[in-house]
Design a protein around this ligand. Sequence first.
Ligand code: ZN
Length: 255
Amino acid sequence: MPEGDAVLRTAHRLDRALSGQLLARTDFRVPQLATVDLGGQRVESTSTRGKHLLTRIGSDWTLHTHLKMEGSWAILRPRQRWPKAAHLARVVLETDTTHAVGFQLGVVELIPRAEEAAAFAYLGPDLLGPDWDEKEAARRLSDHQDQPIFDALRDQRNLAGLGTMWAAEVCFTMGVHPTTVVAEVPDLTRMLRVARLKLDQAVTRRPPVNAVYGRSRAQCPRCAGPVRRIEMGGPDRLRPAYFCPSCQPERSGSR
Ligand SMILES: [Zn+2]
């Protein structure tokens, strides 16, 4: 699943391609927006709130999209072949020179501009946002003393932008076992700084450098022992947590 860094890169591409341009035609291929036509309106900008993409159209609307598991946006010239099957397209935004096509988007909705701020007020401080607030993020994490840190870091209400990959990488860098409860994490502030640095670097550095994520049974880059994988965050939404058992020892307060 794309995390904050990948979503921000997508926003930059959309922003460069569409901002200031007049939409010649729009096609929203989701039932609730099937009759909406924003042709004739100008695209103002595309930015992010955590993993959410916000494309502001005209003065009245914000198009909210989310990549979820499989989603992507393609920036194409008119008549250029689409990189994915047409039935996977959820949004088409066309200007005279550019066609932006959103495929397999997990969320497609139009939010009245006046309600945009309220719609995302539930999100914690945005790791990649201009208004990143380390103290507030630490405070929100601290409200979940008994929660495993791996789950607390991924909860977008605590801080916005981290997913399964970067939460695992941050825990590895800090030498903290993913099941360690928030109360037992030695230095939350330092952990947040590590998270911000990793995400920030990943915006420009491709491909991201993974020490443990997706490397089950591979050698830990630090101690050469085997990387392990456990399932966390259940029971309904399990996520794989990768870690090194010797570099990230379990604490007595772990779950
Ligand atoms: Zn190790």
